[in-house]
Design a protein around this ligand. Structure first.
Ligand code: T46
Length: 132
């Protein structure tokens, strides 16, 4: 199964422009408990480099672009998010890295739970041990 699971959001746009609506358990496969966004990322900076034990998320570039590298400990796949109508579903126990943020990138993330540092696996060797 591919590590890249993309959700296509229907636009409710008209002649005035585009509009995407996101609702719990409708076009997102979990109940959204938290929303955060990453923006003004400095040139050459990469983020992420962790996995989550339980957290599931959907990442949407609502402006600009960035590249995700997903890794399940066996294979790595990348995906460029550059369309506000596409969400990248990030399951639990997937190592993620974000690279190549455009200057105008605003990365919106919908999360299945509140922030909990103990849910993070920030050491790659620990992650590899846990998935094997
Ligand atoms: C993820 C990727 C896609 C909080 O206090 N509350 C929050 O909700 C978040 C997301 C972060 N923080 C704190 C933790 C750190 O001290 O903000 C700081 C920056 O977080 P972090 O270094 O984890 O940021 P990224 O961009 O590497 O990772 C984030 C999410 O943390 C992570 O869950 O999957 O975006």
């Amino acid at each position: 199964m591919s590590l890249i699971n993309v959700i296509d959001f229907k636009s409710l746009g008209d002649e005035r422009g585009e509009l995407v609506s996101i609702e719990n358990n409708k076009n997102i496969p979990f109940e959204i408990k938290r929303v955060y966004y990453v923006f003004k990322t400095q040139k050459g900076v990469a983020r992420g480099f962790h996995a989550h034990k339980e957290l599931r998320q959907v990442a949407i570039c609502i402006s600009g672009s960035c590249k995700f590298i997903m890794d399940n400990g066996k294979v790595k796949e990348s995906f460029v998010l550059d369309d506000p109508q596409k969400g990248l579903y990030i399951n639990k126990m997937q190592w993620r890295e974000m690279h190549e943020f455009s200057d105008d990138c605003v990365l919106l993330v919908l999360a299945s739970d509140v922030y909990d540092e103990s849910d993070y696996i920030r050491d790659y060797a620990d992650f590899i041990q846990m998935v094997n």
